[in-house]
Ligand binder design. Sequence first.
Ligand code: COA
Length: 312
Amino acid sequence: MNQNQPKIKIISSGKYTPEMVISNEDLEKLVDTSNEWIVSRTGILRRRKAVNENTSDMAYQAAMHAINRVHYDKSKIDLIIMATITGDQMTPSTANFVQAKLGLDHEVMSFDINAACTGFVYGLEIASALLQTNRFRAALVIGGEILTKIVDYTDRNTCVLFGDGAGAMIIEPSDDQNDTAYFFNAAKGDMNDSLTVKKFIEMDGKKVYQFAVSAMEQAIHKILNESQLTIDDIDMVIPHQANERIIQSVAKSTGIPISKFMMNLSEYGNTSAASIPLTISEYYDQNETKGKKILLVGFGGGFTWGSAILKL
Ligand code: COA
């Protein structure tokens, strides 16, 4: 076991999803597809679309949900990391806009990262490492996306998959050994052409699918090995919400019961960097989470992939 794994206190979690719903039936009117095809291939029933919100508005709302859930003193936040591929604009960073919206005018280090759908797990690892320096009191890590603005609604291969949303987490440094968090994150830059965004999302669905299953399986084994935990020690696996069949394949190949994988992709589709934190927030909504152990696992364009084990 690596003795240098960070120790972090998980304080809270929040989410925001826009009101407008795009159903499979709505998409049947735009492209040659059917509700039956989408449900049987992906498990997705509907997804959300931001109409009046920018990415920073949704990220701010998710952050406020996390803050209000535990009546957190937001002036303690001095690190903001925003994972997104659909930021408001090139610069300033979306994290900077969120900082302003939160009214945090003290010294805050804030920046965006891009690791596509694995962005939130990357962001959590970066935040956790920075918190170990004891230079920061609390980190706000957010994943937020408006994917509907980079979806080509004439391409049936992609337009049925993606939606908008945001999720956030607040973490603090800890010196309690029981608060050890475990991370694994990696990229395969030589496979960069299978899932790209120039103007719109373009992908080779089959290649992505194959990569996703093997990468998630490897990331789960790796993080369990690193933490010297077994799947029985884990209360819930929170996977990137891309496709129900991908998650079922991973459950099968790892031998982990499917009931241990939390899923909400039927409601939101794939929200990229937002999908894992949004699902964590819904885990908080449904459960008494204190002391629970969760395993996060994701993959995305790049290719990137990663996993984490956290004690709530
Ligand atoms: N409606 C109807 N038909 C569709 C369709 C849609 N929305 N999208 C694609 N098709 C067609 C294709 O044109 C193709 O037709 P063809 O065989 O005549 O060329 C056929 O369906 C492909 O079928 P199949 O190979 O059985 O699809 P699949 O089982 O591989 O499922 C995906 C397709 C996209 C759902 C699947 O590959 C996938 O989920 N890949 C991963 C994508 C992903 O997660 N991306 C984000 C990563 S973060």
